[in-house]
Ligand binder design. Structure first.
Ligand code: ACO
Length: 333
């Protein structure tokens, strides 16, 4: 038996998500920066986004999504042995956001840590959890993508503030049981030569926030939009194709593609290049904007609850983000 064949197959046993209550529409943004609903809609597809309340932290959003996923999977928090949170907006630089979640849900025996891979964070977390379950190290994993991007947004920069939103999505991974599906193929990648085109330049050890630089709002997302756009289309297409091929699938037998929700034009370009019809590509960015690591996780949960796919169907998750990072996963549900 090859090393690959001896690995335990891993299934997604349940999903969940949570969006903070407050909705900010494009119209609302018109009174904050020099923009229009028409510009935002035509360039991005975004109509509104959810914004966390004062004092509502990334871990709070993650906790609600986690509870939702546990209920959906029918698993108790006490039975979770691994929690991984993908986030670039942690509550604190340390401890990890996953530690707060562990305490909040009472997953007392779980190992908990974060991964920082921007919009690919949820899929990076999925791969780490999959490999740990496949190796027999852990049985039940809770993976979460959670962001409070509103806390790292320059609300006077129209180039970026119209794009992002807050939210969280979660999934429970377990060893696949009889009759359950499994993760078929995964492809992750990083291109560290492009760190400068998409980043949060300040607030880390390279550029701490000081009294002298505080008014420059360096601890907020900065991006060269057109450059990011080009890379996004290329890497998402390539990585989706890689997992489709490795899983032995073809566009015709994929029921749903769930891409990162950054820009409708990026999603349309990828669907076109993969020759997947638009009705098989899940889109919810009009409601939530770009929620970075949470985006694929929230979309997976919504698509699941809306029954866009059922047991035995093949789905493909694909994302990209700062780093640059990218990730794709093919799953038999
Ligand atoms: N309202 C009105 N005008 C605007 C706005 C706005 N909110 N923002 C920019 N503009 C203006 C610009 O100033 C520019 O004006 P100019 O021509 O006079 O200079 C004009 O609109 C066009 O700007 P472009 O940057 O060329 O617009 P583009 O069509 O490329 O769209 C966008 C910009 C939406 C950012 C697009 O490039 C994009 O989606 N890029 C990818 C972003 C992305 O996917 N990020 C994901 C990762 S995020 C993460 O990892 C956390």
């Amino acid at each position: 038996m090859s090393a690959t064949n001896s690995r335990i197959p891993v299934a997604i046993a349940g999903t969940g998500s949570y969006l903070p209550k407050r909705v900010m529409t494009n119209k609302d943004l018109e009174s904050i920066v020099d923009t229009t609903d028409e510009w935002i809609t035509s360039r991005t597809g975004i109509k509104s986004r959810h914004i966390a309340a004062e004092g509502e932290n990334t871990s709070d959003l993650a906790t609600e999504a986690a509870k939702n996923a546990l209920e959906n999977a029918g698993i108790e928090a006490a039975d979770i042995d691994l929690i991984i949170v993908g986030t670039i907006t942690p509550d604190t630089l340390t401890p990890a956001t996953a530690c707060y979640v562990q305490h909040n849900i009472g997953a007392v025996k779980a190992l908990a840590f974060d991964v920082s891979a921007a919009c690919s964070g949820f899929l990076y977390a999925m791969k780490v959890a999959q490999d740990m379950i496949a190796a027999g190290t852990y049985k039940n994993a809770l993976i979460i993508g959670a962001e409070k991007l509103s806390a790292f947004t320059n609300w006077s920069d129209r180039n970026t503030c119209v794009l992002f939103g807050d939210g969280a999505g979660a999934a429970i991974l377990t060893a696949s049981k009889e009759g359950q599906g499994r993760i078929l193929a995964t492809e992750l990648g990083t291109n560290g030569s492009q760190t400068s085109i998409l980043n949060i330049p300040g607030g880390g050890s390279a550029c701490p926030t000081t009294i002298a630089n505080a008014d420059q709002k360096l601890a907020s997302l900065a991006m060269q939009g057109r450059e990011v756009f080009k890379h996004a289309v290329n890497v998402m297409k390539r990585s989706a194709e890689a997992v489709i091929e490795e899983a032995g699938l073809s566009p015709e037998n994929i029921q749903q593609v769930i891409p990162h929700q950054a820009n409708l034009r990026i999603i349309d370009a990828i669907a076109d290049r993969l020759t997947i019809p638009n009705d098989k590509v899940f889109v919810n960015l009009h409601k939530y904007g770009n929620t970075s690591a949470a985006a694929v996780a929230i979309a997976l949960d919504e698509a699941h609850r809306e029954k866009k796919f059922e047991r035995g169907d093949n789905i493909v998750l694909v994302g990209f983000g700062a780093g640059l990072t990218w990730a794709a996963v093919a799953i038999e549900w």
